[in-house]
Ligand binder design. Structure first.
Ligand code: NDP
Ligand code: OXD
Length: 308
């Protein structure tokens, strides 16, 4: 028997039980939501600190993040031999592509500016910048960043990207590492932030980095809130930056008194850029469970040294 434990304090265990039951229908699987015997657990679904410590599960074969990011497990003790698997699901990718494409086009066509004009009943036509002159840069060239670049290609924006190591992507100017960051930012009019939150990326968009963005640039953060220094961003929005669309925040829910809520150059969405659907995510996670059960390495284990 394979024992899967829903090690998440809230959420919808019954949806996951059904979805995993379907995805692993040919295997003998028992799903536990509450009152699990830690001695039994083979696989734990995780989002944040678990109700029962992972270190108390002697048979644990993997911790499976129900999201693409694994920063929610920072500080959670997980034995070194237990792999941490993250979610790579075509539907999660599709959701992110929809959001990023919608927001890049909204920034390109200055929809936040026209919405502000409408609120004041002001008729202020502005000639749109040609797409071929609007440089879009994506920070993070992983599963999600690359898919967003693919979706943006038909609009004819000059595209660029930045990653940790070198990446070659057809039709995209790529930069990497600390040395590549300044030149990348300096040539970006619409910045899409799709980095994971790690020790290296926390606060990466500080005042110096934001100052590299050209006059009138805007940014869309769908990675994680602490990638950006909030105060530096607010200062930049009162200066050379045109707009920020923020889906993720250092503290979620965004506190009621946070200046982002009322800032005229900020659009807030409540961490909905792409949501996990248990029905499709279970298929993706089940694929790695199968691999582990048949003695093969999983496809989506993170590198614990790098943190993503
Ligand atoms: P991946 O792990 O596939 O890709 C991560 C990318 O970031 C890689 O290109 C990697 O570089 C780059 N990177 C990591 N560290 C650094 C660094 N120090 N310097 C430069 N580049 C770096 O992640 P995904 O694309 O699947 O997901 C990205 C993030 O999106 C998630 O971690 C999560 O935080 C966020 N997310 C947000 C959602 C939302 O609803 N807002 C939904 C889903 C995810 P390299 O290629 O060299 O390894
Ligand atoms: C994720 C998220 O990481 O929902 O999947 O943010």
């Amino acid at each position: 028997m394979i024992h899967v434990y829903y090690a998440i304090r809230d959420g919808r265990p019954s949806r996951w039980a059904e979805a995993l039951g379907t995805a692993l229908a040919d295997l003998p699987v028992t799903f536990h939501a509450d009152d699990v015997d830690p001695d039994l657990v083979d696989y734990a679904l995780a989002w944040g600190a678990p109700p029962v410590p992972f270190t108390a599960m002697p048979r644990l074969k993997a911790v499976l993040s129900v999201g693409a990011g694994v920063d929610h497990l920072q500080g959670v003790e997980i034995p070194a031999h237990v792999p941490i698997l993250r979610l790579v699901d075509p539907e999660l990718t599709a959701g992110m592509v929809e959001y990023v494409t919608a927001m890049v086009l909204a920034h390109h066509r200055r929809l936040p500016f026209f919405a502000a004009c409408q609120a004041r009943r002001v008729w202020k036509p502005r000639s749109p910048v040609l797409a071929t002159a609007r440089r879009v840069g994506v920070m993070g060239l992983g599963e999600l960043g690359r898919a967003c670049l693919d979706a943006l290609r038909p609009f004819r924006f000059p595209l660029s990207g930045w990653s940790r190591g070198p990446r070659a992507i057809s039709g995209v100017t790529t930069h990497h590492g600390p040395a590549g960051l300044g030149p990348f930012l300096a040539a970006t009019d619409i910045l899409v932030v799709l980095l994971p939150l790690t020790g290296e990326t926390r606060g990466i968009l500080n005042a110096d980095a934001l100052a590299r963005l050209p006059e009138g640039a805007s940014l869309i953060n769908v990675g994680r809130g602490p990638l950006i220094d909030d105060r530096a961003l607010l200062a930049a929005l009162d200066g050379h930056l045109d707009h920020a669309t923020l889906d993720v925040f250092a503290s979620e829910p965004l506190p009621e008194d946070h200046p982002f809520w009322r800032h005229p150059r900020v659009t807030v969405t409540p961490h909905i850029a792409s949501l996990t659907h248990p029905e499709t995510a279970a298929r993706a996670l089940a694929a790695d469970i199968r691999r582990l059960e048949s003695g093969q390495p999983p496809h989506h284990a993170i590198d614990r040294e790098r943190g993503y």
